[in-house]
Write a new protein. Sequence first.
Lengths: 304, 547, 294
Amino acid sequence: MNVFRNIATDFRRNKAIYFLCIPIVAWYIIFCYMPMGGIAMGFQNFSPAKGIFSSPWVGMKHFRDFFGSTYAWRSIRNTLIISLMDLLFNFPMPIIFALLLNEIVSHKFKRTVQTISYLPYFISMVVMCGIIVDFTKSGGVISNLVSQLTGQPAQNLLGNASYFRPIYIISNIWQGVGYGSIIYIAALSSVDQELYEAATIDGANRWKQTLHITLPGISATIIIMLILKMGTMLAVGSEKILLLYNPATYETADVISTLVYRKGFVDYNYGFSTAVGLFNSAVNTTLLLITNGLSRKYSETSLF
Amino acid sequence: MLKWKKISAILLCLCLLLTAAACNSNDSSTPSSSQPSGNSESGESGGNDEVNETALPITDEPVTFTMWKVWQNDYIESINDIESIKKSAEETGVTIIYNTVATTAAVEKFGMLLASGDYPDMIDHSETAVSYPGGGDKAIADGVYLDMTSYVEQYMPNYSQLRLQDEELAKMTVTDSGKMWAIYMMRAQTDGALMAEPAWIGMVIRTDWLDDLGLNMPVTIDDWTTTLTAFKDEKGAEAPLMIGPKGFVINDYFASAYGVKRDFYRDGANVKYGPLENGYRQYIELMRQWYADGLIDQNFISNTSEMIMTAEYGATGKSGAGTNMWGLSQQYYLETGQTEDANIRFEAVAGPVLNVGEVCQSKFPSYIATNQISVTSNCSNPEIVAKWMDYQYTVDGLIRNYYGIEGDTYETVDGKPVYTAKILEPEGNFTTGDMLAMNVRGDGVGLNAWDRWDQAYDHEKLKAREVWDADGLGLVLPRITMTDEEGLEYNNIFTDIKTYVEEKTVAYIMGTESMDTYDAFVQHIYDLNIEKCLEIQQAALDRYNAR
Amino acid sequence: MMVQKKSPSKITFDIFNHVLLILIAGICIVPIIHVVFASISDPALVDTYSGIILWPLGTPSLNGYNYVFKYQKIWMGYRNTIFYVVVQCVITSVLSIIAGYILSRKRFRYRNVLMGFIAFTMLFNGGMVPTFMVVRNLGMYDTRWAMLIPSAMNVFYIIIMRTAIQGIPDSLEESARMDGAGEFIIMFRIILPLCKATFAVIILFVAVYKWNEWFPALLYLDGESRYPLQMFLREILIKQVDFTNQADAMERLQLYKVLVKYCVIVVSTLPILCVYPFVQKYFVTGVMIGSVKG
């Protein structure tokens, strides 16, 4: 009862806010919480014609099927490794890029580089993967480069399982660094210029300024982006991998989403993909909560 | 400043919203109202005794039905706008409104369709672009599709007569339990005679090179080794033979010479699984050797498609043999300007065998009964639908569906329909295929006049089909179906087996894995429960044979 | 702007920085060059060429573009996409500001609950089928609303908006309220101008996302008349990859198909690239937040 009284008090104080809440909450209920009932499909032998209410229940069968697959653990392992590599190598890139751009004085140069850098993001995945395949074929630009560096004859890099992850990550960086830096550039623009002036007067060099003014200034943004990223660790996208992988690289390239695609897409086995999706969500949530908790403890920023 | 920006932004939005509203009201395509045609024969419903003659119009009161179909065209917005379709509606009194979806969206859309419960009257599975999960029997059991058996018996004499002409055909058109879950489109000639389309895809080889090197068409595996080596050594081909990304060529040629295919195949009345047999090992060793010697494409694993040798390799002399369609054989690359080599010539080559005198037992299966059209439980009048569908199996129906309107898209010459210049010599950037797509209905329920292409395309090229058709079907499994439970279980087990086999096959061929592990490889397949899968496949085959 | 004496290390750094950035720009521009030059190359040669196209093959021509612009559906796609982009930007940005504002008000006791309520949806969702059923039952199937409403809110935008608003001192709101301002006035006349950069980012992100979006169209739209541009583009691109029947394969006999693929990419990407320069000016360093000290 206490809760209701508290809500009432709060309401009286913040009427306008509560009214503003209505459309937002309503939207979330209709488009997110209601469909969440679909999670039940993960426990059913779902048939589109029968729908959620009439499809037979099979309990944990889909989960058993997934984890019972010879490749389940491999796919989880690959997903985590790729995600981690993405975090380590891809996450800092847009930040560094934004910082480097920030040092440029000439507006024109800055704008040109910025605009060019964010172009690759717009090349559609199919074409991008076509380019990657071409570069890494035996005879392609990158494979020739690699062969010179390693002293081995040029080979089809996408036919070698140990090259898959680097190719995947590096091409992610290539495509995403420009577009990803936009949000950091925006955050940089809100760092108070007077702080820089004060620091220069105090004799700090640019590097020290970056460390003590710039980075803290955009730390809120960085942390939020990091937390959000942790919430998608298991969601390594399948479209790109599907276009790049092949049986020679399954060992390192087969991730959860590609395994589900092969197993669950036939015959509209939505139940299976829902079940695995649930598993993904559970893990992602845990990671997100942990990161959020840590950041709340050690910094002022957190998601909630 | 801000205020003005805000106002103009709001005005802009309002304008767009209004335009959108206006656009919306024009969007829905109004179904063409069909008037009863001035046919002398009054609409007499009920089948005629005489086959190939159906009374038109089929119904006095014009009726409209909806059909879901996978169809897309770059130039016209709706298939319902096609003139010959409208004409057909006029003549028969039955208008079909096609609900079309794009090929790339077909699978998802079909799933949503089933989920929504809002079925149209008919569903055209569009050459198995979509299929009911669980199969035809389940569709009927679920109450989604109708069992057409009684309708076929009563109202579809043409269709009945056609399907009973051949035992295999009769089997193909029913489910394991003998129900008719769909009406099958049948491949035929323009004169109405049923005929399966000959294989339209197979292997081609550069015969100009063969001539230069003084070689004959390779027939045995040994011939092929010699030929490919010569291509590499003397013609400088980087990738003498193109193979698909999984390590196989179309129709599993070469493997078929050893009596196996890449997965399940037929041995008499039994189902066998390729990788378990000795022939598979021989095939892998062959490919492994060829890969090491540089006789097959070193980048095969990155090829996106099994089906066609790309111009990149074929036209440039990088490759001398691979999979291709008849339309791209002969001097196609020269005609399109993709090469300057005036001598280039690709010709069809039959499937290789182990010893002289044998015939390859694997070819591109071409069935008479292909596309399936089902009638759903939402259909208010299956009787008229049945009659309408039956009409499509007459020659008149065929001509309307594939040739269009007389005088406009075809003329009758010696009693046969011949396309007009509008179709055969199109203006602008359009091809014959485009013109046909814009003027006639094309594939769907009824007879399929595949020989219509003969008028448009090069007869030299068409000869390729005969070569490919000469191969046999001994190894190929017929189109068997599994029950719903079988299907789920099978899929669960087999996906993993398939992944394993694919990985290992490619590793063996590329040499990244030593052949010493081969026995363990086969053993592991058994460990993964391949026997259950074989059981299921066998049961399905047995049921099929018993139909 | 501050005046700085350039120390030698600063100069080295500057040179290094410029060179590095030029290198990065160079790498980024490679796929663009490939696509653009491929689109004006000779169609026959594009098909047979292995590798990256760094200069137009054969005689450059605009044939591909002529072909594309005769293709009526492209115009329809453009119209639809522009509509979706503009309307979605308005809807989503307004809702995001409102949400971000509410969530940043410390006097709102349950703001964390609301945040949790919203963020939870990021992690669990029912998937394609149930959402489709909801949309269908609301009568939005095959309407433009189906493209706009189900994607109206995005947790990410709400969060970054909230983060930006949290950086604005409370004193501003207090003084405005004392002057009698209502919530809307505070939101749009005080808060918004101070988060111009973030607001611009959201608009940009929504615009880009909407421009590239095709999946809701695939699910919720029937008639091609409402299709966004990317649906048409996708059909052209995907059709290049594999063929499963003779009709598909025969289509490939059309030489222009490969060329058209590149032309369509250029044609569909160009407009959205032009949005960025407009948005860029909001990112200029030095927006004087400091000057608004209470």
